[in-house]
Design a protein around this ligand. Structure first.
Ligand SMILES: [Zn+2]
Length: 485
């Protein structure tokens, strides 16, 4: 055998062994070493937050972020990097002035942010009423109280609420205020230190008929306190927002499968963020981990059986716009049945286990987890079967596609306090945590893409319905208009 033939033979053996599942341990070791020494997730996220700022869908910043992700994936040499444009209704804030007057005193300005899907133009004054925690029980105590008033309500459940009171989403609290005739809603945050929170106040994603704003905890408590006295509190809300069609782009990159290239494992995370801060946590840590999983697997030139598709979704914060567009397109071009799994990374940090939507995934995920654990004993491998809503896996899950991702994810209270808030910035990012997200989940991605057999099947419509009921998701899906049964 000459040298050339020998080299070819070795290459051939490597290629063959790389495909056998028994050898995934060796590949997992390579992934582990590469991520430990070469991960770029943390630095890329740092650069993106410094160079771009927030990544609001449909904004100039949003477009810059799409391009940034595209260029990075191109530079890593992924097999195919494309933009997937989509059009959607979007909302963005413009101006807001919120002022309060006690009795016959002067108006004083209070720091506030508009909640998404508030009307495009509002200029109103009105008396404030305290609706406690803003749950239905608070309104039922006096059904006329909120009529033609501006409602003040806490974003959490107040200590004096009836025992067992279940908290509602800000959009549900707003829906109740509308139902009981309020002309405006002021929600005050649960987080101390004047932290402001944004997000949608609409249960359907359509514009709401009255303005909804968020103010800080201390300001909210002070107003509440004032309402106990005899002085009437008058609020003045002046806001402008923009609502209209926008174009945004998901960024899609592939590692082509060798054996079953038509079968796909989708690895996704939303790249977009809110605009009050740089969204380093929501969802910088998830989306930049996904990009680095792509970097790692491409660099190692592993060829799993199935195609791995990395997708950076836009429009998640305004109502899963990008993932809905992706799924609609996949249904239209009939590629939806090729998707064997969708793994989603949204605010995932330092996950020490895996999770998936159904029990059927347990054996496969646990066996992949066992190999991860043999490489790094800090990996716990406590698989959990659960289904939740409100991130980009949802449109896939509702089509019956098995979904999953990292489990046992950890974020400290300080970080969680900045959720959707003006303090969600890069200093909160856990350097080791994002590295672990990449490390363990690049192994999961490869393990699934290279598995001999995928036991979890695409669920029928009826099976999806049962899964939603079993996970107590029926009510939430009904409220958002996504209950199709
Ligand atoms: Zn998110």
């Amino acid at each position: 055998m000459n040298k050339f033939a020998l080299a070819l033979a070795i290459l051939f053996c490597l290629k063959v062994t790389a495909q056998t599942p028994e050898n995934s341990k060796e590949i997992f070791n390579l992934i582990n070493q590469d991520v430990l020494h070469n991960t770029e997730a943390y630095n890329n996220l740092k650069n993106a937050t410094e160079q771009i700022g927030h990544r609001l869908t449909g904004s100039e910043n949003g477009q810059k972020a799409e391009q940034y992700a595209y260029d990075l994936l191109q530079s890593y040499g992924l097999d195919e990097v494309t933009f997937q444009p989509f059009m959607a209704d979007s909302w963005s804030r413009e101006s807001l002035r919120f002022k309060i007057k006690k009795g016959s005193g002067d108006f004083e300005e209070i720091k506030a942010v508009s909640l998404a899907h508030s009307p495009e133009k509002v200029s109103l004054t009105g008396d404030i009423v305290d609706m406690g925690s803003g749950t239905e029980a608070d309104y039922l105590a006096d059904v006329e109280k909120a009529k033609d008033k501006i409602v003040l309500a806490y974003l959490g459940v107040l200590p004096d609420a009836k025992e067992g009171t279940k908290n509602l989403h800000r959009s549900e609290k707003t829906a109740l205020a509308i139902k009981y005739g309020a002309k405006g809603v002021i929600l005050y945050n649960t987080v101390p230190g004047g932290v402001l929170l944004t997000g949608t106040a609409s249960v359907t994603g359509s514009l709401i008929p009255i303005p909804a704003i968020c103010i800080g905890l201390e300001d909210g408590l002070a107003l509440k306190e004032n309402l106990v006295g005899k002085d009437q509190l008058t609020a003045a809300i002046d806001m402008t927002n923009h609502a209209g069609k926008i174009t945004a782009r998901n960024v899609v990159a592939r590692i082509k499968g060798d054996g079953l290239p038509d079968e796909k494992i989708v690895i996704g995370g939303h790249l977009d963020s809110w605009d009050l801060a740089t969204g380093a946590i929501d969802n910088g840590i998830g989306s930049f981990a996904v990009i680095d999983m792509a970097r790692t697997l491409k660099k190692l030139d592993v060829r799993p059986k199935r195609t791995i598709e990395f997708v950076l979704f836009m429009g998640e914060e305004e109502g899963l716009l990008g993932s809905k567009a992706y799924v609609e397109r996949a249904i239209a071009d009939k590629s939806i049945d090729h998707i064997k799994y969708m793994l989603n990374y949204d605010m995932t940090n330092d996950p020490k286990s895996f999770q998936a939507s159904t029990e059927e995934s347990r054996a496969l995920f646990e066996s992949i987890g066992a190999e991860v654990k043999s490489i790094d004993t800090t990996f716990k491998n406590n698989f959990e079967a659960r289904a939740g809503l409100h991130s980009d896996h949802q449109p896939f899950m509702l089509e019956g596609i098995p979904t999953g991702g990292g489990g046992d994810s950890y974020l400290s209270k300080d970080v969680l306090n900045c959720y959707h808030a003006d303090c969600d910035s890069f200093d909160l990012v856990d350097k080791n945590g994002i590295k672990n997200t990449v490390r363990f989940n690049a192994m999961l991605a490869f393990g699934l893409a290279n598995a001999g057999k995928i036991t979890a099947k695409k669920l029928s419509d009826e099976e999806v319905k049962d899964l939603m009921i079993k996970n107590n998701l029926e009510e939430a899906l009904r409220i958002s208009g996504d209950w199709k049964w």
